[in-house]
Design a protein around this ligand. Structure first.
Ligand SMILES: Cc1cc2nc3c(=O)[nH]c(=O)nc-3n(C[C@H](O)[C@H](O)[C@H](O)COP(=O)(O)O)c2cc1C
Length: 215
């Protein structure tokens, strides 16, 4: 298979894993992901990413603290009903056929405990508290997800835990002059789990593209 077929296949096959085997991921494998991801583009080649990778007792402490916080932010019944309806009408609806728990629990609460993944990877960047994450940090994250896919490592990029930045900062000892911005859970995917079945849909190119100046 040529390079083009290989990279296209990796990009198309990548999907978010939301169920993981308890099997640890060797540090060497994570190092490889970082070695690849550092080739991501960034403005002025600033390479603004900083990475904290936790497993074992540190990941468990983070999961416990975020889990506690999640319990405190459970949706009220009317909010949960509205959330369920919103999901059912949107691009995440495919998940509803593949999970046993109510979606208003599965997405917000299980995301907070990073779907029991053995590894929590947090991206941060040097900068002030209200600065948005530089695009390079997101390029790094995307590249890392593809490197993970190529190695059979499951991953999911998670926004919900980032609502608890101070817990993340404290448990992972992220320095004050860095802002944690992105959370990626990593582990070997449990391919038999219902949550990992199904495929998220995509819009057709024609629905989001304007072509100008072409014959
Ligand atoms: C910035 C960002 C935040 C996300 N946050 C969550 C999250 O908190 N929980 C979750 O289950 N998935 C999360 N996802 C995964 C998306 O739901 C997923 O990428 C999307 O539905 C497309 O599915 P796919 O990754 O399987 O192709 C996030 C993805 C991105 C890029």
């Amino acid at each position: 298979m040529g390079d083009r077929e290989t990279i296209d296949r990796i990009i198309r096959n990548r999907r978010s894993s939301r169920a993981f085997l308890p099997q640890p991921v060797p540090k060497q494998v994570i190092k490889e992901l970082l070695e690849v991801a550092r080739w991501a583009p960034s403005a002025s080649n600033a390479q603004p990413w900083r990475v904290t990778v936790a497993t074992g007792s540190v990941a468990e402490e983070l999961r416990r603290r975020l889990g506690e916080a999640a319990e405190g932010q459970r949706m009220a019944p009317d909010q949960a009903a509205a959330y369920r309806q919103r999901i059912a009408r949107g691009p995440m609806a495919f998940l509803l056929d593949h999970i046993q728990e109510p979606i208003d629990y599965f997405l917000p609460i299980r995301s907070m405990t990073f779907f029991d993944a053995p590894v929590a990877l947090v991206l941060s960047f040097p900068g002030g508290e209200h600065a948005p994450a530089p695009a390079g940090v997101h390029a790094f994250a995307t590249t890392l997800l593809l490197a993970a896919e190529a190695r059979g490592v499951g991953a999911v990029w998670l926004r919900w835990p980032m609502g608890q930045r101070e817990i993340i900062r404290e448990v992972l000892a992220i320095p004050e002059d860095e802002q944690p911005s992105d959370f990626i859970a990593l582990g070997y995917p449990d391919d038999s789990a219902p949550a990992n079945q199904g495929r998220s849909p995509r819009e057709e190119v024609s629905s989001f593209t304007r072509w100008l100046g072409w014959e």
